[in-house]
Design a protein around this ligand. Structure first.
Ligand SMILES: [Zn+2]
Ligand SMILES: [Zn+2]
Length: 277
């Protein structure tokens, strides 16, 4: 696919919690979180859910690569694609791997090693031949990954913690806010500050308003809360993300109609969808 834009986001996995294959999930997709952001020729990957495997196939077809992978956190739905990431087997590739400080002082490298270990997986982590450099980010930290790409971060409200990211490039910005639960005491100022004036905000909208009361404390939010945050931050396009596995295409179509009415321009993330800036 030829995309005529120097700054875009492409969705490879939009489903929260667990992959959902099947004919009822064809339109929006069943892979777990993985998105790709391109800033000119640089590739930024956010989370390594099962959507990472097909993204890896694309990257492998483009030749050797140097890229950055950012983790929101280490829950299974955000790391499950890792062992199947083809480019990690190529010694000519190199990846910088960014994450927040994980619970129990474990590193993302420990997480990689633990999922690729007997009896969970047939071959060990050391089978990856690519150069992997692990970096830990403090929540709230801002940094640059090249002279023209700036990343800022914020703490999210999620069991064991999670990190939200904002990518600033060429005077525009894309934010990735998954996973997070809105705060009962009012709007989450950490998120409002991070997404202030952003062009695209990808937000954890796992539950509907009706479903949320049965899932308080699970660490996820709703599309109505996403709208409140984007309005408070004067952000432009809201993209609903991390869809609940119980929401089939029909349910997502209904949500899509409701959000378009509530905040025109809001979209529901679909596998393969590209948004350009
Ligand atoms: Zn998740
Ligand atoms: Zn999670």
């Amino acid at each position: 696919m030829n995309i005529d834009s120097s700054f875009f986001v492409r969705f490879w996995g939009v489903r929260g919690s667990t992959p959902c294959p099947g004919s009822e999930f064809v339109k929006y997709g069943g892979n777990t979180p993985c998105i790709e952001i391109r800033c000119n020729d640089r590739v930024l990957i956010f989370d390594a859910g099962t959507g990472l495997r097909p993204l890896g196939n694309l990257i492998s077809s483009e030749g050797d690569i140097e890229a950055d992978i950012f983790f929101s956190h280490a829950h299974l739905d955000h790391i499950g694609g890792l062992p199947f990431f083809g480019p990690a087997f190529n010694p000519k590739n190199s990846f910088r791997i960014w994450s927040g400080q994980l619970e129990n002082a474990r590193s993302m490298k420990d997480v990689f090693k633990s999922i690729m270990t007997a009896p969970l997986f047939p071959v060990p982590f050391e089978i990856f031949n690519a150069q992997l450099e692990f970096k830990v980010v403090k929540s709230g930290q801002a940094f640059t990954i090249s002279k023209d790409i700036e990343i800022s971060t914020a703490n999210l409200n999620h069991p064991q913690g999670a990190l939200g990211y904002r990518v600033n490039f060429d005077g525009k910005s894309i934010c990735y806010i998954s996973d997070t639960e809105h705060r009962p005491e009012g709007i989450d100022k950490n998120i409002v500050n991070l997404i202030e004036g952003a062009d695209i905000v990808i937000y954890d909208a796992t539950y509907t308003d009706e479903e949320y009361p049965n899932h308080i404390g699970w660490g996820h939010s709703t599309w109505r809360e996403g709208i409140k945050l984007c309005d408070a931050a004067s952000a432009d396009k809201l993209v609903l993300f991390h869809h609940d596995p119980s929401h089939d295409d029909k349910a997502m179509d209904e949500i899509s109609t409701l959000v378009e009415r509530a905040r025109p321009g809001t979209v529901v993330a679909r596998e393969g969808m590209v948004l350009s800036l």
